[in-house]
Design a protein around this ligand. Structure first.
Ligand code: THG
Length: 649
């Protein structure tokens, strides 16, 4: 069956082979200094000529990117050598084609021209090397640059802008796929994926996107990211058709991560190890793993872990690739890896989730921070969302925000984690302050210093978008509703889809908060029709059936808790994948603190019995039924269920 894309058709048939290292291949050709000086030639684009005149013969030592202008023949020959060795895919000579890297050579404005020229060279080589039964492909590949967004070294917007420009050049130069490689920071991954999507929209060319992160010897990405956090975030984007890793280590050290990816990923895996760990010899890193050994390891990856795309990184040569291609190139995929087991659910490598079956095939149903993946479903517990990082919900938080005590605000979030919160709900809405600025400052700190993923508590699209650019991983947005109609809801859902986020939907419509169970369920259905329209899988939706306080004793609200609980039961019955959530402490506003603890706990207890999957709570103030006096438990139970004999107690 054809996917409508030649590269994907080929991927569907069997293992594909990438190229190996290119920098060393250029060095091996003894290029002179002259090749690293921008030339002012009539055939070059105006921007390149202007830069050449400005640089006036300056040596750009180590800037391999400009070889696309000075020695396109060499760049092409290296591609052709890899194709001849057995590569199906070669990477454009654009590892550093971002303004961040090129600025170090004072030519940041050449990003588009470098990428365009490099794409044309690689595509030309691919066309030359293709035969009718052995198509060859050019992959537009961008590296990490030299700055990390999560460490504040560059901004999300700047990185996104330059990645977009570079991808546009690659697409205009007719590459067959895009690749983000050697990625070290999840905000870099997020900016890169977004840039690829934006460049595809801007050029009108849809091509497969591959994403490869780098796992250090320490067992995490450079800033401390767990492999599952990376995969969870990447799987938000249906555009990504292969995930994997490259660089930093050899195949031996990569094996545990390849195994983890193979057990969880819905996407084919792409693995490009170094030729072993580097050994220092005469001040030079030397890679010792030979071609046969690399082929041995890739054979194991293909057989055991269902790896679909193999290649090499630092220290690998055409000889390595030849050995790998002879061993596994074109080999049919087995059925060991998760992606292979669920493959027929995603025909044509289309990873948009439109059915329950597809949603159930996703193993990583959860959210993530820069550091870790947190499953929505918790063993013997519910997803605990800490409530105290909220300007409306905590005086301590509000006071510290007022005096901009950022250290104290970070410490408070740490306390929430220590008392057992899996996720923290963050709200900085505070009259007289700039909510966007506050979220930016606070969430950049939380991104870097807090392990728990964030629930962004705001209904304002600008606040939400600013927050999404600060948070690596996959956060949850709290919340959407239909109070002011549908426009704002659509804006926020666009952001969920664009940046990769889950969402809380409140059962509120144009008439206000739904009070009866029927109305709550009806609004929930309307929320789900919207989230599905925007491509969100059901498991990434949290329905909040809301409750009024029982603390007022108002006749009007006495049934509030029961209706809330019964609505949860019905929503869970109809949509078992959809999550439900409550801001539990709302139920006891106005009561004394001791009574609040008991009422909150009982309300949570019965809501959980009805199928509640998560709750915004003060985790250390939830008590289990067996820690409450039976008579007291009966009173709050009657209150929650509106059993009127309560009135006479
Ligand atoms: N649903 C969703 N989001 C929500 C809510 C909800 N976000 C906000 C809120 N409701 C949940 N968070 C809180 C936080 C604190 C309290 C109640 C709900 C609370 N705080 C104490 C009080 O106000 O008395 C203050 C304690 C203090 O100052 O330290 O009760 O329902 N989706």
């Amino acid at each position: 069956m054809s996917t409508g894309n030649r590269l994907l058709d080929r991927l569907a048939q069997g293992v594909m082979v990438f190229d190996g290292a290119t920098g060393t291949q250029y060095q091996a050709r003894d290029l002179s200094d002259n090749e690293f000086i921008l030339p002012d030639r009539a055939d070059l684009p105006d921007a390149v000529r202007a830069a050449a005149q400005r640089m006036d013969g300056k040596l750009l030592d180590g800037c391999n990117e400009i070889l696309v202008f000075t020695r396109p023949d060499v760049v092409e020959q290296v591609h052709l050598d890899y194709f001849a060795a057995g590569s199906d895919l070669v990477e454009t000579n654009t590892f550093g084609s971002t303004s961040i890297v090129l600025a170090e050579y004072e030519i940041p404005e050449l990003v588009y021209d470098v990428s365009l020229a490099a794409a044309r060279i690689a595509k030309g080589a691919a066309l030359k090397a293709s035969t009718p039964d052995r198509p060859k492909f050019a992959v537009g590949a961008l590296g990490p640059g030299t700055k990390l967004v999560s460490l504040g070294q560059t901004s999300f917007d700047d990185l996104h802008a330059t990645y977009t420009e570079s991808f546009r050049g690659l697409l205009d130069g007719d590459v067959d796929a895009l690749l983000l490689e050697t990625l070290q920071d999840l905000l870099m991954v997020k900016a890169g994926i977004l840039a690829a999507k934006d460049a595809m929209s801007a050029t009108g060319r849809r091509v497969p996107l591959f994403v490869q992160v780098t796992m250090e010897q320490t067992g995490t990405m450079l800033v401390g990211t767990d492999i599952l956090a990376a995969l969870n975030m990447i799987e938000c984007s249906p555009e990504v058709v292969a995930v994997g890793m490259n660089c930093a280590t050899g195949p031996v050290e990569m094996a545990p991560f390849v195994r983890t990816l193979s057990q969880h990923s819905t996407r084919p895996l792409s693995i490009q190890p170094n030729a072993g760990l580097p050994v220092m010899e005469k001040g030079q890193a030397v890679y010792k793993l030979g071609p046969k050994e690399l082929a041995d390891h890739h054979e194991e990856f293909v057989n055991e872990f269902g790896v679909a795309i193999v290649g090499g990184c630092c220290g690998t040569t055409p000889e390595h690739i030849q050995a790998v291609a002879e061993r596994v190139g074109g080999r049919p995929h087995g059925t060991n890896a998760h992606w292979q087991q669920v493959r027929n659910l995603f025909p044509g490598f289309d990873f948009r989730i439109q059915s329950d079956e597809q949603a159930e095939a996703v193993k990583l149903r959860g959210c993530s921070s820069l550091y870790q993946f947190v499953p929505y479903e918790q063993d013997n517990s519910f997803l605990i969302v800490g409530e105290r990082t909220n300007a409306n919900g905590s005086k301590a938080f509000r006071d510290m925000l007022g005096v901009e005590n950022w250290d104290g605000l970070t410490e408070l979030a740490r306390e929430l984690e220590q008392e057992g919160s899996h996720v923290i709900d963050v709200c900085t809405a505070y009259v007289g302050r700039d909510e966007v600025r506050d979220m930016r400052t606070l969430l950049s700190l939380y991104n870097q210093h807090i392990q728990a993923p964030v629930m962004i508590d705001s209904t304002e699209a600008p606040v939400i978008e600013a927050s999404l650019k600060c948070l690596a991983g996959k956060p949850i947005i709290n919340s959407i509703n239909f109070e002011d109609g549908e426009a704002r809801t659509r804006r926020v859902l666009e952001l969920c889809q664009r940046y990769g986020a889950a969402v809380v939907g409140l059962t509120i419509n144009e008439a206000g908060m739904a009070k009866s169970r029927e109305d709550k369920v009806a609004v929930a259905e309307r929320i789900l029709s919207f989230t599905r329209e925007y491509g969100l899988p059901d498991y990434d939706v949290f329905i909040d059936t809301l409750t009024f306080t029982l603390g007022s004793g108002d006749e009007e609200f006495r049934l509030s808790a029961v209706e809330t609980i019964e609505a949860i039961r019905e929503i869970r019955r109809r949509h078992p994948l959809v999550n439900t959530i409550l801001g539990v402490s709302n139920v006891s506003f106005g009561l004394k603190p001791a009574a609040r603890v008991i009422l909150n706990s009982a309300f949570l207890h019965f809501a959980r019995e009805a199928g509640l999957t998560s709750a915004i709570v003060h985790a250390s103030k939830i008590v289990p039924e067996n820690r409450v006096e039976p008579e007291v438990w009966k009173i709050v139970t009657d209150l929650v269920h509106d059993r009127r004999e309560f009135a006479s107690v």
